[in-house]
Design a protein around this ligand. Structure first.
Ligand SMILES: Nc1ncnc2c1ncn2[C@@H]1O[C@H](COP(=O)(O)OP(=O)(O)OP(=O)(O)O)[C@@H](O)[C@H]1O
Length: 320
């Protein structure tokens, strides 16, 4: 069953720019430009793209904060902008950069407030709170005012607050931003549990690709308001933008890059040179060509890092 559905969604903004001392021009920005995708119940999907791609605008439309200029949008069966109250019961939202917790009150009070706002039945509330407290290790923090919590503790509190009412969809916007390695691991482990054991559908926006690698079976890449990739993370390598690297140690420093068909030198350090070649091609002919022309001491092949693939993809979309 599809929990999130977008069909040909557009959202434009009109911005005024100064063209002279007394003159202004109106310009249309297409923040989201014919976007369409479906997220099925129980999926955990990464939603990534360069700055200004349209991610926040999409999330704002999905949470009912912004109305689309045109197109069709449904979340858990409701139209977000028209049925905000019904939507609120079905979704949970966590923004890494902002908190929904009450700054001066103990953590417990923010949870209590969520119980009242969402009218969560007592038994359900206690069960969910106990689970979150245990999994997120919040036991010793419930009576601490939020302003005294560390960033990692506060994020764990925000996650709990977003899930107490059993939302079917969880939107996460940079949930691990600024956290140390241990805190990131804990947040990711919790999210995995929420998605796997409770079947909560997760849409995750992040600039940290490790979040995606560890949590998402599917990734959508957006740029200029359009979907430019939708599929598995490993499938990104097959888009032709992925490169492997052959690292060769020559017997002596050449003073210039080696010349080998099918590969390009990306770095030279003394006798060591780095040769990039398309990831889907075999390394064998390149190794043979290098060995035939230059005396070698050692060589190794490095697999592409997903960061590099995405960076190249962003760069190509920007140029094209
Ligand atoms: N309220 C607004 N008024 C005018 N333009 C806007 C408004 N909100 C967003 N935009 C423009 O729409 C485009 C998409 O912005 P959006 O914030 O959705 O991108 P993003 O992918 O979330 O970027 P980031 O990763 O930097 O948060 C940008 O060009 C932005 O300047």
């Amino acid at each position: 069953m599809a929990l999130i559905e977008l069909q040909d969604v557009h959202r434009t903004f009109t911005v005024r720019t100064r063209t002279g001392r007394f003159s202004r021009a109106r310009r249309e920005v297409r923040a989201v430009d014919g976007l369409g995708f479906t997220v099925e119940a129980g999926e955990c999907v990464g939603y990534i793209g360069p700055n200004g791609a349209g991610k926040s605008t999409t999330i704002k439309m999905l949470t009912g904060i912004l109305v689309p200029s045109s197109g069709r949008l449904r979340v858990a069966g409701v139209d977000p902008a028209r049925e905000r109250v019904a939507l609120a019961r079905r979704i949970g939202v966590v923004f890494g950069q902002r908190t929904t917790l009450w700054w001066d009150l103990p953590l417990r009070d923010s949870f209590e407030l969520a119980r009242r706002i969402y009218r969560i039945p007592d038994a359900r509330y206690r069960e969910n709170l106990d689970r979150c407290v245990e999994l997120l290790d919040l036991g010793g923090l419930l009576d601490t005012p939020v302003r005294q919590l560390s960033l990692g503790q506060r994020m764990r509190g925000d996650l709990a607050a977003a899930l107490l009412h059993d939302p079917r969809v969880l939107y996460l916007d940079e949930p691990t931003i600024g956290l140390d390695v241990v805190s990131k691991g804990r947040v990711r482990e919790f999210l995995r549990e929420v998605n796997r054991d409770r079947g909560t559908t997760v849409l995750l926006t992040t600039h940290d690709l490790t979040d995606i690698e560890q949590l998402c079976g599917r990734v959508m890449v957006i740029d200029h308001g359009r979907l430019v990739y939708d599929g598995g993370l490993e499938g990104l390598h097959a888009t032709g933008r992925s490169e492997r690297t052959l690292v060769v140690d020559l017997a002596q420093e050449l003073g210039h890059p080696v010349e080998v068909p099918g590969a390009r030198v990306t770095r030279v350090e003394g006798p060591r040179q780095w040769l990039a070649f398309p990831a889907q091609e075999s390394a064998a002919p390149i190794v043979a060509a290098v060995a035939a022309r230059y005396p070698l001491v050692d060589l190794s092949v490095r697999e592409p890092a997903i960061e590099d693939v995405i960076a190249r993809m962003y760069a190509e979309v920007a140029i094209g």
